[in-house]
Design a protein around this ligand. Structure first.
Ligand code: AP5
Length: 215
């Protein structure tokens, strides 16, 4: 099964991808997670990406496409994948179509997580990430100040500061929303109301995705 998760910042792409990865046994490939790891390790890519990310802008397409080509050629992608955070604009969408054609991998479907703008702002201001294991949670679900999975320290992502969130939403509307139409024209598309609870969204996705081949 090869699925592309599309949606605004805070629509729940990462949250759902972690659950679907377990459900279907396929890798979750998040460009945001890969880039944050590169920044943390101060690699050449991380040093180039950092200023774009902290300002809420997109990292240049050439860097992203090169990074994705190398990731999609890893052996674990033979079982399928869930892409999260890519493609982010029309050039990347064309790049994905070209790349998958060249390496013989077919996109089965795009999943569009539709969510109201006020929900996005509330979720992102409440999001916390574990410094130790990178688990994502929300202040609305927290029973203590520690990570529910490993007890680690929870922190605010730097790009979840309100001013940067506003910039990311503008970038989404201008550059990423047109990708929805690209997908509607080219692939099967599943649209889900992602303003509902995490469990309700997962159940809607499971019902829609079960028909695609998975290991
Ligand atoms: P990235 O990490 O991809 O950020 P994003 O797309 O802005 O998405 P988010 O991670 O903010 O949101 P999400 O939809 O995953 O929501 P989540 O599940 O965490 O990208 C970061 C940066 O990297 C970009 O700005 C850019 O600079 C760069 N970048 C990445 N990819 C790139 C690319 N392809 N090209 C160029 N640059 C790129 O949920 C959010 C919160 O809500 C959590 O607290 C969660 O617990 C909660 N929540 C989730 N679902 C629900 C629900 N149903 N009900 C209640 N709460 C919920």
């Amino acid at each position: 099964m090869r699925i592309v998760l599309l949606g605004a910042p805070g629509s729940g792409k990462g949250t759902q991808a972690v659950l679907l990865k377990e459900m279907y046994g396929i890798p979750h490939i998040s460009t945001g997670d890969i880039l944050r790891q590169e920044v943390a390790e101060a690699t050449a890519l991380g040093r180039k990406a950092e200023s774009f990310m902290s300002g809420g802008a997109l990292v240049p397409d050439a860097l992203i496409l090169e990074m994705m080509e190398s990731r999609l050629l890893q052996p674990d992608t033979r079982r399928g994948w869930l892409l999260d955070g890519f493609p982010r604009n029309l050039a990347q969408a064309e790049g994905l179509a070209t790349l998958t054609g060249r390496i013989g991998q077919k996109v089965d479907a795009g999943v569009i997580l539709n969510v109201d703008p006020e929900v996005v702002v509330r979720r992102l201001s409440g999001r916390r990430v574990c410094e130790a294991c990178q688990a994502v949670t929300n202040v609305s679900e927290m029973h203590s100040g520690a990570c529910p999975l490993c007890g680690g320290k929870l922190i605010l992502r730097l790009d979840d500061e309100p001013e940067v969130v506003r910039r990311r939403i503008t970038v989404f509307e201008e550059q990423t929303r047109p990708v929805f139409e690209f997908f509607r024209r080219r692939y099967d598309v599943i649209e889900v109301d992602a303003s509902r609870s995490i469990d309700e969204v997962t159940e809607a996705l499971r019902r829609a995705l079960d028909r695609y081949d998975h290991p």
